[in-house]
Design a protein around this ligand. Structure first.
Ligand code: BG6
Length: 472
């Protein structure tokens, strides 16, 4: 592995920070997604948060209170020898309603303190500009990404970050898992639907707005500092064909294309033919402004960031085959794979396959910015947590990652496993779905001391980093 390989970890503001109204922060869309029975319908944009009963639990409000534990948490990263930390900025900390002319100084100061602390520990900050959160006011007033106005709100926000953190931050990603917009519209992009709306048309129009915003942010970034590295970020995981029947292979190809749609635009700079044909068949005519296509063409990303939890499988012959979940994407159960307690199938070789597919397609450096195992940990009587299952998952994936680099020649910037410290789960809102090397004393209902403690995997990962992957 290259000497400057960025070993580290990742989190997102709404799943870690808490302090949901501290320091002048405004409400974000993620702050109105409750845990429990309504969560799924709200995330899908099928139920408006305003219609929910009182008294629900909102896990983002306190999360693991990283807002006040930040220095302690960075010290733990430093102790593990992290070279990089991928985190997101909460948009509504910087522009509480999204509409202010000037950014909220307290919000900027918080992230600046955090970045300075990271740099003190020689940890490269890697910023996701938007990880599933939109200032709630922009949803209430404009319908979020359905509306073209979002492009300017987002550009103003991104510019404020680029200007303030210029010289301290090099790696950026415009949107976390941008393809989530099509699968969990409210969670992914603050989109919900009105009666009688053509959902597919709404989603593709909103996607166009995000793609334009991403290209515009890239343009602004390069004007401020040509050395900035701007990435896209996709929820990746290759689709396999269930059988060698050509129809299954074709179905898998089509699913892969669907998944690549956003990055095809962000990386190659134009709408791919299969997407144009799809929209034509659906009768969708994207509303564009003059200059949109040129903006997309001229402002492509520098690297491909992606999350990988699982491969996926599709078939056309046996529709009754078991279906399981996997980072939101329903998939047929692959008989050759084990699954996590949450049904996400475990496929380390799939990571190598996915890396090759992305590298072949885009010929750009890749960055694995999420990977990991969500599991229910047991705290032993002596306080220890023996998470050998997590070590097994991560070492198998790191091994395949190294093969992709050393045997297949994939250009890889770094590896930041998800939830290096336990955080709230995005899909379920639970705390018990833990990914961390560091345990946080907090339960699903928000009870606990917030105390941090090291799991067995902490020292294991520290060693992996110290040996640049050789000890794995
Ligand atoms: C990705 C998201 O989809 O998967 C993260 O970018 C999320 O925000 C992660 O937390 C793992 O999913 P979950 O539902 O187990 O938290």
């Amino acid at each position: 592995m290259r000497k400057d390989f960025l070993w580290g970890g990742a989190t997102a503001a709404n799943q870690a920070e808490g302090g949901y109204l501290s320091g002048g922060k405004g409400l974000g869309t993620v702050d109105v997604i409750p845990q429990g029975e309504y969560r799924s319908a709200v995330m899908q944009g099928l139920r408006n948060y305003k219609e929910l009963p009182e008294g629900l639990f909102y896990p983002s409000h306190e999360a693991i209170d990283m807002y006040t534990h930040i220095k302690e948490d960075i010290a733990l990263m430093g102790e593990m020898g992290f070279k990089a930390y991928r985190f997101s900025v909460a948009w509504s900390r910087i522009f509480p309603t999204g509409e202010e002319e000037q950014p909220n100084e307290e919000g900027l100061a918080f992230y600046e303190m955090m970045i300075d602390e990271l740099l003190k520990h020689h940890i490269e900050p890697v910023i996701t500009i938007c990880h599933f959160d939109v200032p709630l006011n922009l949803y209430n007033k404009y319908g979020s990404w359905k509306n073209r106005k979002m492009v300017d709100f987002y550009a103003k926000y991104a510019k404020a970050l680029f200007e303030r953190f210029n010289g301290k931050v090099r790696y950026w990603m415009t949107f976390n898992e941008i393809n989530m917009l099509l699968h969990l519209p409210f969670m992914g992009a603050g989109i919900s639907f009105d009666e009688g709306e053509n959902k597919t048309a709404v989603l593709y129009q909103s996607a166009h707005h995000e793609l334009i915003a991403s290209a515009l942010a890239t343009k602004i970034a390069k004007e401020i500092n040509p050395d900035f590295q701007i990435g896209c970020m996709i929820a990746a995981g290759q689709y396999y064909a269930q059988t060698s029947h050509p129809n299954d292979v074709l179905a898998a190809n089509q699913k892969n294309q669907d998944n690549f749609f956003f990055i095809d635009v962000q990386s190659r700079g134009e709408y791919p033919a299969y997407a144009l044909k799809f929209m034509e068949r659906e009768g969708i005519e994207l509303e564009m402004q003059d200059g949109d296509l040129e903006l997309l063409r001229k402002n492509t990303v520098d690297y491909i960031g992606f999350s990988y939890y699982s491969s996926r499988m599709i078939g056309t012959l046996n529709p009754d085959t078991d279906v399981t979940s996997g980072n939101v994407f329903p998939t047929l159960r692959n008989p050759h794979l084990q699954a996590s307690e949450w049904g996400w199938q475990i496929d380390p070789v799939g990571l190598r396959i996915t890396m090759n597919a992305l590298h072949d397609r885009y010929q750009k450096p890749l960055f694995i910015v999420e990977n990991g195992l969500g599991a229910n940990d047991t705290v032993e009587a002596d306080g220890s947590i023996k998470d050998d299952y997590r070590i097994a998952y991560l070492s198998a994936h790191i091994n395949e990652m190294i093969k992709a680099v050393e045997l297949d020649g994939v250009d890889l910037i770094g590896y930041t496993p998800w939830g290096w410290i336990d955080i709230v789960s995005a899909s379920s809102g639970e705390m018990k779905k833990r990914y961390g090397f560091v345990y946080v004393d907090l339960d699903n209902d928000g009870n606990g001391t917030f105390e941090r403690s090291k799991k067995k995997s902490f020292d294991w990962y520290k060693q992996v980093i110290a040996t640049n992957g050789e000890s794995v």
